[in-house]
Design a protein around this ligand. Structure first.
Ligand code: GUN
Ligand code: ZN
Length: 457
């Protein structure tokens, strides 16, 4: 590693301790208030073998450190667990900010032509590299991502994530109708390709496969049936799709599946709800749908920048919360307009303001970290600094821009400072991103990707 500040960054066996202001969440502040938050004004996070080994006040821990521990000083900055983006389309990176349409026209006009390019594995690999670096630059250490209908697009993304040691959940889009011929699979081929990809990638290093029916309108009933069976065949798989995003889409689903009680019920009938199933948007649901999501342990991905950009509607967090549904946040790039989870929190706050709800900074950062991990059923491994968890974290710079620095100077509490960071922050606010205790992105330096194939960790 050649960057100045980290020129003495140790190899992967050396334990490291990071000194900074540290904050993380033990539970949801919406349920448990201040008890949900652990905060050390001058803290120390000790990492051994890529995992959290200790956390506490620097004064207490520094004197106990072994001589082998390298201390990295981030005082003046705020360290928290890496962000979890629970819904994003890597193949839509090149069409972010495409003007003027709502969902169904936007898919036809921009999305399908852009995704068609992923038939070319070199293109897929170039976009996957850019995408993973963009996530890291924004402090996102775990993502759940759609690839395209092309199996090679999944290979490209998993290779890019694996070489950086990122945690990535991804899958090949299943889509066998209502889309251009050149983007269409068949029920049988989609199933066979998914199974091959599962064999190749699922459970390897930090990679997990997700069964990925795009949404109910672009799959035949046969494909939906096979997708549900596939999800059941491998106990640790994820499943990702979209539901109840746009009113035109909801009406279309009612025509296509006249026997279903609701849009969500289509997925339910095909065995596509349950733990590790995550649905983006969840705007135009009724309470019977929400109750079903709660009862089955199915999670929602709230994608505020996308919902505003595509004019889709306002997510109801209070209702989800009242029913105990797992909720994470998604950027939904390219329907979403930013890779930044800070910008996503900014827009989430405004969506909830419009709905008369509101979002405290504590709850917002919970959603971006432990809440996201819980929605993906990964909270036994990531999401906070509990001992033994994977040491993925982000270092936020409260002096990142002159405006943020001025505004921070006028804050008194942690809550106020967190709120300023989520409203004014973006990629400039991310001073560094660490994966498994190693710096992988440092602002102002090149990404420190460990492009070693299977990295031996
Ligand atoms: N519904 C089906 N496909 C998509 C997609 O690519 N983006 C969004 N936002 N919604 C979808
Ligand atoms: Zn999406």
């Amino acid at each position: 590693m050649s960057n100045g500040r980290f020129s003495s960054t140790p190899d992967t066996d050396t334990p490291i301790a990071i000194r900074a202001e540290i904050v993380h969440f033990l539970s949801d502040p919406a349920y448990s208030g201040d008890a949900a938050i652990e905060h050390f004004a001058d803290g120390l996070l000790l990492v051994r073998d890529g995992r959290v080994a200790a956390l506490g006040p620097a004064d207490d821990l520094l004197s106990q450190l072994g001589r082998d521990v390298v201390v990295i000083d981030h005082r003046g900055k705020l360290l928290m667990p890496g962000f979890v983006d629970t819904h994003v389309h890597y193949a839509q990176t090149d069409m972010i900010a495409s003007y003027g349409e709502q969902l169904l026209t936007w898919l036809e006009k921009y999305t399908f032509p852009t995704e068609a390019r992923f038939a070319d594995p070199i293109h897929a690999s170039q976009v996957a590299d850019f995408f993973c670096d963009e996530l890291l630059k924004n402090g996102t250490t775990t993502a759940m991502a759609f690839a395209t209908v092309h199996p090679g697009s999944v290979d490209a993304l998993f290779q890019a994530a694996q070489s950086r040691r990122m945690r990535m959940i991804a899958g090949k889009v299943l889509m066998d109708r209502h889309c251009p011929d050149w983007l269409r699979d068949t029920a049988a081929q989609g199933d066979a390709d998914s199974r091959t990809l599962i064999e190749r990638w699922h459970g390897r290093d930090r990679l997990t496969y997700a069964v990925t029916p795009r949404f109910a309108p672009t799959s035949t009933e046969e494909q939906m049936r096979l997708a549900g069976r596939l999800f059941a065949d491998f106990p640790d798989l994820h499943l990702q799709s979209h539901v109840a995003e746009n009113r035109g889409e909801v009406a279309w689903v009612a025509e296509l599946y006249p026997d279903a009680r609701s849009y969500l019920d289509v997925y339910d009938r095909f065995g596509q709800l349950g733990p590790r199933a995550i649905y983006a948007h969840c705007i135009w649901l009724d309470d019977a749908d929400r109750q079903r999501m709660a009862d089955t342990g199915t999670a929602m991905s709230f994608c505020p920048t996308s919902n505003l950009f595509l004019g889709s509607g306002l997510f109801d967090l209070d209702r989800a919360h009242a029913l105990g549904i797992r909720v994470g946040l998604g950027t939904d790039v390219g329907g979403g307009t930013s890779f930044s989870m800070l910008q996503t929190l900014n827009e989430a706050y405004k969506v909830l303001q419009l709905a008369g709800q509101g979002l405290s900074a504590e709850r917002a950062f919970y959603l971006a970290t432990l809440g996201g991990a819980r929605s993906l059923y990964l909270d036994d491994r990531i999401g906070n600094f509990a001992i033994g968890k994977e040491a993925d974290f982000v270092v936020l710079d409260p002096q990142a821009t002159p405006l943020i620095a001025r505004r921070i100077a006028h804050t008194r509490t942690l809550s106020e400072r967190l709120f300023v960071l989520m409203m004014l922050g973006d990629d400039r606010t991310i001073a560094a991103t660490y994966l498994l205790g190693r710096p992988t992105w440092i602002r102002g330096a090149e990404a420190i990707a460990q492009r070693s194939g299977s990295a031996g960790w």
